[in-house]
Design a protein around this ligand. Structure first.
Ligand code: NI
Length: 182
């Protein structure tokens, strides 16, 4: 089922989400719906608060572009990107490794806006899975960026909070309009 994506100005986007405890059928259903919703919206990631659920859960899929990373290690071993796509994770723990890199981001909860965001270029991530296993990965490129962007959502942080002060000024009017539409 395609879910409604909540938009900028909605308070759930500013919540610090609760850890996922028990993984039950309703959570698995939610994950299936989030994947469907992300695909329908042509997004590369979606976090639970974006569909109104304040839980530490997100989905990412960057498989449309196998060249969007320069490496991926799963459990310390080189692995193909497709082997972990689509990526579903709960209660993520991130470690930032590489120097910061600037690239353009958008968000399904902030319609029609894009801006440059500087983020660490390489991450190590501990990503608990629905089946109780833990996926340990190291990667860069769009995958590292998307995991950071979605993990930010779980802490009530949006990419617009991370743009340069100058870019923030030019975004301010558009953001005010979006918030007023809510
Ligand atoms: Ni987003």
């Amino acid at each position: 089922m395609i879910l409604e994506i909540v938009q900028y100005g909605h308070p759930v986007l500013r919540e610090r989400c609760k850890p996922v405890g028990v993984v039950d059928d309703s959570l698995r259903q939610l994950v299936g719906d989030m994947l469907e919703t992300m695909n329908d919206a042509n997004g590369v990631g979606l976090a639970a608060p974006q569909v109104g659920v304040a839980l530490r859960l997100a989905v990412v899929d960057v498989s449309h572009d196998p060249e969007c990373i320069s490496f991926l290690k799963v459990g310390g071993q080189d692995a193909p990107l497709a082997s972990i796509m689509p990526l579903v994770f709960i209660n993520p723990e991130l470690e930032f490794v590489g120097p910061k890199e600037r690239d353009t981001e958008g968000c399904l909860s902030i319609r029609d806006l894009r801006a440059d965001v500087s983020r660490p270029s390489v991450i190590k991530a501990r990503l608990p899975q629905l089946d109780g296993t833990v996926l340990e990965i190291e990667t860069d490129g769009l995958l590292a960026r998307a995991i950071q962007h979605e993990t930010d959502h779980l802490n009530g942080v949006l990419y617009i909070d991370r743009v340069s002060p100058a870019a923030k000024i030019s975004l301010r009017r558009q953001l005010r309009r979006l918030a007023a539409e809510q």
